[in-house]
Ligand binder design. Sequence first.
Ligand code: SF4
Length: 743
Amino acid sequence: TSESSPCSASTTCPYCGVGCGVSLELETRAQEGGELKRSITAVSGDNDHPANYGRLCVKGSALAETLSSSGRLTQPQIRDAAGVLREVSWDTALELIAARFGELRSTHGGDSIAAYLSGQLLTEDYYLANKLFKGFIGTPHLDTNSRLCMASAVVAHKRAFGADAVPCSYEDLERAELVVLVGSNLAWNHPVLFQRLKQARIDNPLLRIVVIDPRLTDSCEIADLYLGIRPGSDARLFNGLLAYMAERGRTDRLYLEAHTQGFDAALKQAKRDDCSLSAIARDCDIDVERLETFYYWFATQLHVVTLFSQGVNQSTSGTDKGNAIINCHLAGGKIGLPGAGPFSITGQPNAMGGREVGGLANQLAAHMDYDTPGARALVSEFWKAPNLPEGPGHKAVELFAALGRGEIKALWIMATNPAVSLPDSARVRAALAVCPLVIVSECMADSDTLAYADVVLPASSWSEKDGTVTNSERCISRQRGLLTPPGEARHDWWQLAEVGKRMGYQEAFDYSGPHAIFHEHARLSGFRNSAPRLKAGRKPTATSSVKRLFNIAPLAELDRAGYDALKPIQWPVRRGDKGELIGTPRLFEDATFNTPNGRARLVPVVPQLPQQALSDAVPLRLNTGRIRDQWHTMTRTARSARLMNHRAEPFVELHPQDAATRGLQDGGLARLKGRDEQGGLRGDYRARVRISSGQRRGEVFIPMHWSDHFASHARAGALLAGLVDPFSGQPESKHGAVEVESL
Ligand code: SF4
């Protein structure tokens, strides 16, 4: 090697929905033979990024440890007649995909083809996949692993606000008088946000924090009040809060009358159950004094942020739970103000970006759905799309069921590992096994889903690819391509564009790079958008327009250099009087919502218990979730010894009495089993016992990360049924039913 040439760059962390800015130090060295090789030498938090202001959690700070090119996919592969994956050229792989898609379209129709995407994809990848599959192949069956993450919050937002719009910013956590965490172990799952909240509590001794969670988690370290509620009783708790506020004159009558609808119906529904504190405390299985304290604090403070996450969403009634929370904020006028609002925190780095481009099966594009009047014609015209479907497609769990029934004959999976992450994973694997054409675009060679792939496409990874992501506070940030992908690995957007062109859609998929795709995405957000946000004083356009909050049209004016230099900005984006770009930290400050009459809706909510039934055979409630130092199915984070040290192996956490009655010792081995619909055994999960008094009696917790690649018999999805929320299609991953026995 010769002398190094150092430089620095900024990008965005690829893990969770906090979306922290990352500063990188890089060096370029000449290798023997003269080839130049660039590598990352140091990782730190970006001091200028508004998500983290220099902070990083342990996962973010270990990013450089996970970047080795060993274990990467580097060449396209096709499975031969003997079932062996053989390396082929890109041309061969792409021609095969285009030809097979073309044949299937002619013989079985476009809807025999499907795509399953990921909140790990960049917005530009997501946009192009959505355009290719929906607009040109003509299938509505494009869904994403974001369905497992925040789909219930999406529907709750739409029902309440008329748009899937998160009202708050992270800074609202620092400006609140009361922060309520519901179904969110912020300390482990969004650690930098937890650090910010912890600091806010130090800076403001009057700030109170309430944690509502069946598990006593590390987030309780900063809690003034902990409510360890019965799993699934969230809607009952918040319905009771609505009744409490109404009975004690703590609703904001002026706000309700001027800016909302549905309050009386929501309250009437809440009061169908006994709303005495003792009855609610009994149903939620909590202490009545703690309940009253929470209700009093919420009702008497204006600046309240309720931050909710997968503990609310991953439920067969997750949408209703979200609306029960939002109802209380609307009833108290605790929204659209600094330090006030319901705040859904997404799991993945770009779950929000996927929502923006229409990456869910019920969406079209640019925050328009199939049921948005005028939207289908608008998108069809903009894309010049010949084959846009008439209506929504299958959501994730349904999509894999249709695959198993043979209705879907080709599936393209990008940047996700559904053989591990979906519930009822045995059925998912069986469905993948019978699908005639499974294409997997993936970075890592150890993804379990590759075992079912007929075509493997090596993808570029974080630090190699260029594009944007949107975090939980609607902030669009750049991820930057700084390193060269190994071997023949290529960007996801390029793979999609090449297939589109080979299918005969040359013009529609002729992009020079991510900048050109982002330009089109931004233009679509403003195309016939009658929300008057582009410039001050601009009038809504006339006919065939669709009013939508998501509008980043001014970003379409960025040239390539402007896109490369884009600073984090929260949508909607508009131009100021001097032509400057202005983002929007807080929505609904003018109390105008995106519904036809501009009023927010309170939604009547009937509290529901989990659907996965307990029985003598499976008497324990199963909770699944993330651990602090791992990400998804560990294909990246398991490469760091430091991250593996936190929890080196799968575990099952349970209450001391549940352990004692089963003869389980801390550190011993246990086996979990569930029951399927026919009364047979579902799953076989084996793990180390961790006895914890923070676990409620009758409930167990296991991590969601381990796959067959990292441990045998440690797939959480194998224990869960594929039951879903009827509105959002989100699976009930927090409420399984199992028995635990000594191994
Ligand atoms: Fe990355 Fe999330 Fe950690 Fe920030 S909090 S560094 S986005 S994993």
